[in-house]
Write a protein that binds this ligand. Sequence first.
Ligand code: HEC
Ligand code: HEC
Length: 177
Amino acid sequence: MKPTFLSLPIAATALLVVAVSALTAVAQAPQTAPPAGSPPMQMRSFPAPTNLQALPKDLTGQQVHEIMEKISGSLGSHCDTCHTADPNNLGPNGRPQINFADDSKPEKKTARLMILMAEEINKNYISKVDNSGMMVTCGTCHRGHLSPEPFVIPDEHGGPRPPAGAPPAGATPPSAN
Ligand code: HEC
Ligand code: HEC
């Protein structure tokens, strides 16, 4: 079951992942044969998730990764916005690796609520109105920002009013409310 808040075709992300792996492969081309037993670049695998509480628990590591790429893009943020680095687990570059299953960041907890919220909005509300099939996604509200930008009503629809006592020439005075 694919969560409804992901309206983009999953194949698009799959392509992206393949493209990125291809780039990595090219960058490493001068190297001779890969170490014995290592999987080919295109087969890069993601470990199965162990701590899903909002997404369907049967997602594969690859599916979770694709969803996470979309969430990051929709919020204009990076993996470490919601995930914590583990100082006791240093990677090959000597930098702490991210522990994705860890729940200590408040942003991760908020994101879980948001996943459930978006599901509910689609299932219980959007699906009940006559619509084009468009679903509410993280990007519907966030539009590339961690905190959605406040919407400002454009002028011609009763947006920001001129300061009180200084109506523009010829304007009807604003009503009492
Ligand atoms: C806006 C917050 C947010 C961002 C940004 C984010 N994640 Fe996540 N991630 C979550 C949440 C929330 C969960 C848990 C989902 C659940 O409980 O069903 C999760 C779960 C995961 C898991 C599964 C961990 C496990 O074992 O259960 C992986 C792997 C993961 N994220 C990788 C990434 C990667 C890679 C990136 C960057 C490309 C990323 N995440 C960016 C919020 C985020
Ligand atoms: C219906 C609109 C809406 C949708 C859909 C939505 N969000 Fe949000 N989100 C908000 C609002 C509003 C806030 C509060 C922002 C604030 O107070 O600055 C927020 C806050 C957050 C925060 C906390 C930001 C911070 O500054 O700490 C995270 C993380 C987040 N959302 C993740 C998500 C993810 C992931 C999705 C998709 C699964 C999502 N949101 C979908 C409206 C939405």
